[in-house]
Design a protein around this ligand. Structure first.
Ligand code: E4P
Length: 217
């Protein structure tokens, strides 16, 4: 499963990229606003750090303007992936852009039927929002299961990018279901490394090692 980080904070992206485990980045207008940075500038900077797909979202609601925005965004770097909302105009834009060889991430997916439409529109990625489903009192992971089944039934190549990930349990379940990608805030990704028994184990081994009076270097 590929790991994307859901942020526009350069320091966090650099830190995760240095682990060699980061496959891409997703941003959205709220994350750009939170960063306080210029959209074009910060997107370029992210594309220079990460080789994989960097999602940059259009903000227009009509197809024609979405295409104009996408043209500006895809000129930033080859690894820009245009993010469009799951609307009629968004999917028209998806169809046109993927036909041109541009990567497209269809976002704000909340139903399996919407995911089916995105795959038919040739989306590179579909982003079902699991956390917002959970917040709404419905089970986000059930949606991932349904999309996996539908995409496998018809051998769609659209990758399932689990979004709105809130905790490490979402990551585990995504991997068990066979989602292709997950995008999570830096805090959740850092949480994946942690286990109290790992920390305790290191402590114990180091205490015993000190007793030997030896050094490796
Ligand atoms: C995904 O691409 C979105 O940017 C993101 O996962 C939304 O997450 P949120 O529901 O925590 O805002």
């Amino acid at each position: 499963m590929k790991f994307f980080v859901d942020t526009a904070e350069i320091a966090d992206i650099k830190e995760l990229a240095s682990t060699g485990l980061l496959d891409g980045v997703t941003t959205n207008p709220s994350l750009i606003a939170k960063s306080g940075r210029d959209f074009m500038e910060v997107t370029k900077e992210i594309c220079d750090i990460v080789d994989g797909p960097v999602s940059a979202e259009v903000v227009a609601l009509d197809h024609e303007t979405m295409m104009k925005e996408a043209d500006k965004l895809r000129a930033i770097a080859d690894n820009v992936c245009i993010k469009v909302p799951l609307t009629v105009d968004g999917l028209k834009t998806c169809n046109a852009l993927t036909g041109d060889g541009t990567m497209v991430n269809v976002t704000l997916c909340f139903s399996a039927n919407q995911a089916l439409l995105a795959a038919k529109a040739g989306a590179t990625f579909i982003s079902p929002f699991v956390g917002r489903h959970d917040d709404n009192g419905t089970n986000g992971m059930d949606l991932i299961r349904d999309i996996r089944q539908i995409y496998d039934n018809y051998a769609f190549e659209t990758e399932i990018l689990v979004a709105s990930v809130r905790h490490v349990g979402h990551v585990l379940e995504s991997a068990l279901i066979g989602a292709d990608v997950m995008t999570a805030p830096p805090k959740v990704i850092h949480g994946l490394f942690k286990h109290t028994l790992t920390e305790k184990g290191i402590e114990g081994f180091l205490a015993d090692w000190q007793k030997t009076g030896q050094s490796i270097l």
